[in-house]
Design a protein around this ligand. Structure first.
Ligand code: ZN
Length: 494
């Protein structure tokens, strides 16, 4: 440990950092307090030295007149770090021209993500997790936020990042995420959206819904125009919209009023109506936006469900021409009401990114999540073929169970037998949609699999490998997520 004292004697000269195990970009100062991060064995630690170092919780190391605190990456220490160095704290970013969500389910992807966002002006949402993802990865919102804060500190990323409480469905979840400092909430209204209305006859619709004079006057006495495009409602369509979205709109208004209105928070507000059985038509989008606006809700982003299929971790499936036509109107409606379109399940949608960049005129929010996990598994396939094969076979055995939670069209018979593939061929599995979806939807099972003695079957080995091969993973993410941004940016002039 005397090593580190020598480094401390040299502060603030940091060009020797690496030989002391210090992350060179992590060296920061607050008055006469110096804080940086080191790698020791299989862990990272914060080191604090100088005036105020003792506010960090950890082991005090003293040598002559020099001392430092070696602090574990705990929630308590993360809070101190965020207070001292505001760049480690998430900020609202949805009102920026471009933003991009990169869910880091494993808490190890930020290093690679940061490399991407040093090259593009889109603001990253580095912490982004749904409640389902938390449950499947055994993490808490504190863990998710802390992992992002420690990573930006370690890698010296000071341009600002967001934290998304993603797909929250309950007031209590919204309150918890905001309380922890999450800088955006994605309110998932799907439980209030009626999927049965599309199957109802006109008579049934009339039976269930009657229109009052106000709403008739609002929608049936005139057409609407958005950037030259006409939007109009007839009585039946209006009733159907009300039946499908009425409760969801009430819910969004309630949450907004309770947690966002009148400056209660500076966090961003997104609503998602994408997890539904049928696509959101432009008329429905207009209706929802108009009703929310009329009732005082100020949205930063909205995620409609687009036509075609946005399956996890694979390219867009559907009619690209129709997608483009509808995207034009969706983007115009969003501009008209002063928010950005949010594109969910945005992982790997390479054939439509340029169109999204173009028709949003470069003002978008795109969310990815699963693809970052897939890249982590690709790193495993590239660096530990034996471990990869074991995980892959296990994923196959769990596929039927996992399929209950996702809409995928995976055909397992298209996936080559991993035992017949050469080691160097394993990474090619990640070019193949069926294999991608297999690994994508089984992540929770893989991470939670246990041996008979209750130890983790794969999780510990995987994390050890990812730490050892962090450069491989960071490079893969840089290339892969970078390709998403490159295509989005090809659609507009900056
Ligand atoms: Zn979504």
């Amino acid at each position: 440990m005397s090593n580190l004292i020598n480094f401390i004697k040299e502060l603030p000269l940091v060009n020797q950092a690496k030989q002391y195990g210090v992350y060179p970009l992590s060296v920061n100062h607050f008055g006469h307090l110096h804080v940086f991060m080191i790698s020791e064995g299989d862990q990272d630690y914060l080191i604090a030295t100088g005036i105020g170092a003792s506010q960090f919780q950890g082991e005090l190391v003293q040598e002559g007149e020099y001392s430092y605190v070696k602090a574990p990456l705990s929630n308590q220490n993360a809070n101190i770090l965020r207070d001292l160095f505001p760049f480690t704290k998430p900020i609202p970013v949805l009102h920026k021209l471009r933003s991009f969500g990169v869910g880091d389910r494993l808490g190890i992807a930020t290093e690679g993500h940061i490399r991407v966002f040093k090259e593009y002006d889109a603001y990253p949402i580095l912490a982004q997790q749904s409640i389902r993802e938390l449950a499947l990865t055994n993490r808490t919102y504190k863990d998710v936020l802390d992992a992002a804060s420690f990573s930006v500190f370690r890698d010296g990323y000071k341009d600002g990042f967001g934290a998304d409480g993603d797909h929250l469905k309950k007031a209590s979840e919204v309150e918890m995420a905001l309380g922890l400092g999450f800088s955006m909430i994605t309110l998932d209204c799907s439980e209030f959206i009626r999927n049965d209305v599309i199957l109802m006859s006109k008579e049934q619709v009339n039976q269930e819904c009657s229109l009052d004079q106000d709403i008739k006057k609002r929608y049936l006495t005139h057409d609407f125009e958005v950037e030259g495009m006409k939007i109009s409602f007839d009585e039946e369509e209006l009733k159907r919209n009300l039946l499908v979205y009425g409760k969801a709109i009430d819910f969004a208004v309630q949450i907004y009023t309770d947690y966002f209105a009148d400056g209660k928070t500076d966090a961003n507000f997104e609503i998602s109506i994408d997890e539904t059985a049928t696509p959101t038509t432009p008329t429905q989008h207009y209706f929802v936006a108009n009703e929310l606006t009329r009732r005082g809700v100020k949205l930063d982003t909205m995620a409609p469900r687009f036509c075609g299929e946005f399956q996890k971790g694979v390219d867009y499936i559907g009619d690209i021409k129709q997608f483009e036509e509808e995207l034009k109107i969706h983007a115009a409606i969003a501009r008209h009401y002063g928010y950005k379109l949010s594109i969910h399940s945005g992982s790997d949608k390479f054939s439509i990114f340029k169109l999204i960049g173009k028709h949003t005129r470069g003002h978008f929010h795109v969310k990815t999540a699963g693809t970052n996990w897939l890249e982590a598994m690709r790193a495993v396939a590239a660096t530990d073929p034996k471990l990869y094969r074991e995980v892959h076979q296990y994923a196959l055995s769990m596929f039927e169970e996992a399929k209950k939670f996702y809409h995928v069209t995976t055909n397992l018979t298209n996936i080559p037998n991993v035992d017949t593939l050469k080691d160097e061929e394993l990474v090619n599995l990640f070019k193949q949609n069926d294999a991608r979806q297999l690994i994508h939807i089984t992540y929770g099972f893989i991470l939670n699999a246990k041996n008979s003695d209750e130890s983790f079957r794969f999780k510990t080995k995987l994390y050890d490998l990812w730490r050892e091969q962090r450069e491989v993973y960071a490079k893969m993410l840089h290339t892969h997520i970078g390709r998403h941004l490159e295509l989005l940016y090809s659609g507009f002039e900056k």
